[in-house]
Design a protein around this ligand. Structure first.
Ligand code: FAD
Length: 405
């Protein structure tokens, strides 16, 4: 039995343990994680870890010694399959039962898989774990053509790395633009053009019918209409399914993830949830219940929960932020653009340094800043203040955003 058991040794889990110790929590802490590794950063998996620029050691959230020194028991390579809120225990796949005082559920999600034939062939990859990416890397030497299914951030980042390696890459996006779920049209069109300029074949409105096989391996992707995109590797980036089955089976409320209140509490006593798997009312989504998939959200919710556990509650109220690196483009996003009714382009898109400002009824709700760090830093205050700003001023890069706050 531990005073705090954290299930999931990823971004949220790691930050929860760090924040508890920073707040002088002296009880026992155990972190149970399904992966064999101690917590590491996930964003580099589709960026500089995949490209080989960063070794695994360099993406660890903390070195192994840190967890030992802080008295955090790392129970890695164990999957929790059952939660018993009455007995205050969790049970792992291999039958071990571990007691808790407080439970923090930080399991993220598993990549959504295709359901068509061939989805499980050798050479078809989801991108969520180090093991996924190591498998992809081990196949690169014999791979010339890659099909990326899904034009979201992860798919596009992987496509950028592969294009730079000289692979022949096709991105298959079902909708009529890339990044449709997360960004406005001007940004989508910009990234589409960038990928094309780097030799990536971007196919929009591409509906996957099945994965083609040859000799037990993937050979390509068949589209509805019959066209076959030849590929020795297929990367599937079509979202995640929150890993909350044991909590739901224990009676937790939720649907798309497990529902938590502003302190990260689930509907089950002494059980909190954080990160990608936690559905929370977000102030920047007009208080609507959403899940956010970002390091910021995992870290900040973790800190919120550590505060609740140490008796210094503060409701979750962080402004969402996110980043994506593709080629030499550094995108930084602040706020949530969903629900915006107009956009302003700030700067010249052709210069490859610009920002898209998202407005709702005249108020700034989000910015996407491409190679525009200053806009990102200064624009944050416009988002947190929901500032009503003059679109012509917003559009003028000569006028600093901080002067509009
Ligand atoms: P995770 O970090 O996924 O940790 C969850 C852990 O729980 C995993 O190790 C999982 O194996 C484990 N687990 C699951 N179920 C169980 C179980 N039943 N028992 C035990 N353990 C379990 N975010 C950004 O902000 N910027 C980016 O640029 C960015 N790029 C990304 C690129 C990639 C390729 C990926 C995959 C994600 C990226 N993200 C990015 C998202 C970010 O990594 C996640 O939002 C973040 O990791 C969420 O943290 P988490 O703690 O909720 O989940």
């Amino acid at each position: 039995t531990y005073d705090v058991v954290i299930v999931g040794a990823g971004h949220g889990g790691a930050q929860a343990a760090i924040a508890l110790r920073q707040r002088k929590f002296e009880g026992t802490i155990a972190m149970i994680g399904e992966e064999p590794e101690i917590p590491y950063e996930r964003p580099p998996l589709s960026k500089d870890y995949f490209s080989g620029e960063k070794s695994f050691d360099r993406i660890l959230i903390r070195p192994a010694a840190f967890w030992e020194e802080r008295g955090v028991a790392m129970l890695t390579g164990k999957r929790v399959v059952k939660v018993d809120p009455d007995a205050h225990t969790v049970t792992t796949e291999d039958g071990e039962t571990i007691g808790y005082g407080e439970l923090i559920w930080a399991t993220g999600g598993h990549p959504r898989r295709l359901t068509c034939s061939g989805h499980d062939l050798i050479g078809v990859h989801g991108v969520r774990t180090r093991a996924d990416v190591d498998r992809m890397m081990s196949e690169l030497a014999t791979t010339e053509k890659v099909a990326v299914i899904g034009g979201g951030y992860i798919g596009l980042e992987a496509a950028a790395v592969l294009a730079k390696m000289g692979k022949q890459v096709t991105v298959l996006e079902a909708l009529d633009r890339v990044l449709a779920r997360v960004a406005g049209e001007p940004l989508s069109r910009f990234y589409e053009a960038e990928h094309r300029a780097h030799g990536v074949d971007v196919r929009l409105g591409a509906i996957v019918e099945c994965i083609e096989e040859r000799d037990g391996r993937v050979a390509g992707v068949r589209l509805s209409g019959g066209e076959i995109i030849e590929a020795q590797m297929v990367i599937v980036g079509i979202g995640i399914i929150p890993a909350v089955e044991p909590l739901m089976a224990a009676g937790a409320r939720g649907g798309n993830g497990v529902a938590v209140d502003e302190h990260g509490r689930t509907s089950l006593p002494h059980i909190f949830a954080i990160g990608d798997c936690a559905m929370h009312a977000n102030a920047y989504a007009e208080g609507l219940p959403i899940r956010l998939e970002s390091v910021q959200n995992a870290n900040d919710l973790a800190t919120t929960v550590a505060r609740a556990i140490t008796g210094d509650e503060e409701p979750y109220n962080s402004v969402p932020w996110f980043w994506s690196n593709q080629y030499d483009l550094r995108l930084q996003t602040v706020g949530l653009s969903s629900g915006h009714d107009s956009t302003v382009t700030r700067g010249d898109i052709a210069s490859r340094s610009f920002s898209i400002v998202y407005l709702k009824q005249g108020h700034v709700v989000a910015l996407d800043c491409v190679n525009a760090v200053k806009d990102y830093v200064q624009g944050k205050a416009l988002v947190t203040g929901r500032v009503a700003a003059d679109p012509t001023k917003l559009a003028d890069p000569e006028i600093p955003l901080k002067s509009l706050a």
